[in-house]
Structure formats: structure tokens, C-alpha cells
Design a protein around this ligand. Sequence first.
Ligand SMILES: *Cc1c(COP(=O)(O)O)cnc(C)c1O
Length: 502
Amino acid sequence: MELSTFVDRLRNGDAAKFPHDADSLAFAQRLDSQDSLSHLRDEFILPTKSSLKKRALDGSVPGSATANHNGVNGSNGVNGTNGTIGHKAKSDDADQGIYFVGNSLGAQPKAVRKYLDAQLETWASIGVNGHFTTLENSPLTQWQDLAEDCAIKSTDIVGASASEIVIMNTLTANLHMMMASFYKPTEKRHKIILEWKPFPSDHYAIESQILMHGLDPEKSMVKIQPNEDSLIPTEKILATIDEHAEETALILLPGIQYYTGQLFDMPTITRHAQTKGIVVGWDLAHAAGNVELKLHDWGVDFACWCTYKYINGGPGSIAGVFVHEKHGKVEFDSETGKPVYRPRLMGWYGGDKSVRFNMDNNFLPTPGAGGYQVSNPSAIDLASLSGALSVFGKTTMHDLRSKALVLTAYAEYLLDQIQADSADETPLFHIITPRDPAQRGTQLSVLLKDGLLEDVSQALEENGVLCDKRKPGVIRVAPVPLYSRFEDVWRFMQVLRGALGL
Ligand SMILES: *Cc1c(COP(=O)(O)O)cnc(C)c1O
């Protein structure tokens, strides 16, 4: 049985149909041996069982042989760029951890340290000239162009042209900035449609935008309720849009719901809302770098995402925004010659590079999403993100998604096996993420039976497994295709079995 067969079946919307011997290390390793993306794992530094116990810096990174006793500034190579780290990691199998928490914080790409080093050397060597000088042998462009360079590297991730993408700020700040431009309530049209359980930051952002307009969140926030299974069928979203169509200014939903892992039908919802005159925004925190997106073709008005989950830019790394080209136009009034553009919050970095440094206070926005910037972005942040995005440059979202479909289906299959082996009358857990592979990304949210979370968390920790736990009883398991193996999925399930007493 070939890995590609499972990919084809899942892409066709069929069940994977894993064979009877699928619950074995040998089967998992066979899939890994057929995986054309398996080499990408070497692009990452993954925490190990011993590194997870670290309580003080010692100049070592996981996978390198010994601590560097020269300290972090030493010369014999903490930096992950000297080629020793990947090899050493392989020789020490027993110490490997399992990193299934890329939905919360992506693992560290080795390229990040290389790009940050380049950035520090540039800054130290040529100081302020780094703004307008690209050094030879550097993976980085001059600082002025770094954000654009990251936008270019993000086009496949979100399905947009580079001029529709801007890298700036952080996710919640960007939601505010987009709503400042796209939420234009009138007496009649003032509602924002969201879902029942948005990530708190999204809820607060929406609530406060409504308050800033002097409106009442009770009357202006419409929350779509899920069915009993915590999921929201597309029809229910479309029906809510219809019900509130006349009074709704904006719909702002997550591409993937962070708690259930449900992937929404973005093209259908976008089209439907827009036919009713509603502006459509998406929060892609859990979708960007996880599933295939076609924001331009879907006609999405705007979208925001963070880059520290599936994109691996590092904790709190600089975020991304999509603004459809129809909203990024800059035209000139034929009589006054003045630029005409969509109103937005303005700052000097939204100003076109050709006149940005004229300092004459005549705002001429950069055409496209770049015109929504306000500030000089952190070159350190951009270097880190640029390193992370360079890994995506070695593959495609199409290929990552193909692997992810099977990884997640395999995890689901093994979970079902565990359930089947349990003699308990009440199920030990149930998977709240949709069973349909087309309605989920890599993440499976597993709701444990009451009282199990503590024991399971402890067993996972003791075995070097990182995954996300949410009270009262959900673990979110995300085998990310860039650095996870089928073997990791199988090993994870062995740990879980042990924790459940099976
Ligand atoms: C991770 C996440 C955030 C985090 O917002 P920051 O502004 O980056 O802190 C917000 N919303 C959603 C849906 C998320 O998943």
C-alpha cells in the first residue's frame, strides 16, 4: 500500500482505508520511507526529552552532542548552521521528543538562527546603512525591502499576489487595523457576524470596535451557534447571514476554529455574504501554513494571520495581512490630481517608497496591501520570519496538505483503534474535530472523559510529548507535516494508550 494511494483517496473525499497491519511501527515507518517531504524534518530543531528538562541556559541546542561550555557566545557552534546538529539528532533516537503543538507555537527552523545571525552581523557592521544596502552572501535583503520579501515568500501560503500581502504588527493589532478600514457601520447596517466561541482576542477586538462606534455589542454582535457536536455546518452560517443580511456590515470568522479544529468553507461563505453586500474578513491564525488557501480567487476582502503557529516564525513573530487588490487601488482625481484610495489608519510606512522620505506630509499610499502599513517594521522580526518562510520555499502548500491529510487520518485511525480496545462502557474520549478530512486541517481535538486530563497530561510530559491541553478535558493533537513523521503519530498513540491504562 502506497502513501500516494491514501493521499488520492483522501483528496477524493473517500476514507483512507488503512490496512489491518496499520497499527504498527513497521507500517508507520513504511509510510515515512515513501514520504517525499521527510527531509524537511532536518530543517528544524525539535525539543528532545532531555532538552525539555533544561532549567538553565548552557549554550546547547537540542540535537547537538554536548553542551557548549564556552557559553552562548562561544565559537564552537551553537548556531545550528555548522552542519553538526542534524546528524547528531539522528544518532540519539531514544531522546527524541514528539512535537505535536505546532498549532500553538511552531518548532524552530534552523534557518532562523542563520537569518538572525546575518541580521546581527549586518547591523553591527554597517549600522544604519543596512536600511538601503543588501550585503553579498546575505540571505536577507536591505531592511527597507524585507517586509516585501516576506510577502513574496507568503504568496503560496495564502494564495494571493505579493502586492495583496503585507507583513506587519501582530494578529490582534491587525484585526483592529483592518476593522478600522472595513467596518463602516451605518444606522441600518451595523452588525458583525462572528462564531459562538471565537478566540478571546478576536472577541475583544470585535466588541471594542463596536463600542468605539458608540454601538451596543448586545445588538451589534451576532454569534453563530454550533450544533450539539460543537461544529457549525455551512448551511447554518449561510442561514445566519440571510437572517441578518440587511443589518450586517461585516462577517469575521476563523478559517479554522482553534478549539474544534473545524475548517470552514471559506469560498462558499465569502461568496454568499458578499452577494448580500456584507464585507468578509477571515482570521487565518490556524489556517495559514496549514491548509491550502486561495484568498485572491475566493474574493476575500481582508484576512489576518499570525506567523508563530504553522509558519514557525517564533513566539510573537510579525504577522500577515491580506487585502484584496480591489481595496488596494490608488487612483488620481482627474481635476485635483490628488490620490484617491480606501480610507485606512495611516502612518509613514504606508506611504509609497518613492516619496516616503520626502517628509512633506502629503500621504501617497503604496498601492496594494503595503499601503496599510503604519510603522517601520522590526528587521529582527522580519529576519526571523524570512528564515521560517525559506523552509516553505523548499516545498508547496499542495504537497504539505497532501501529507497532512494522511498524517491526520492516520492519527484518527489509531485513536479509533484505542477506543475499540477499551472495555469501558463510556468512551474514553471522543474526537470533536470533523471526521471529514476536507473540513479540518492537521489538528485533531480530543475531548477526554471527565477526570482523565491530569493523568494524560502527565504521561505525555514524562514521555517528551508536547501537545496542547485545554481545561476541562481537551487535548489538541497537531502532527505538522513539515517536521512530523508517521512514526511520531504511532509513538504518540503508544504513550496515550499507556496513559489510559491500555
Ligand atoms: C493565536 C490566535 C490569536 C493570537 O493573537 P495575537 O494578537 O497574535 O496575540 C488570535 N486569534 C486567534 C484565532 C488565534 O488563534
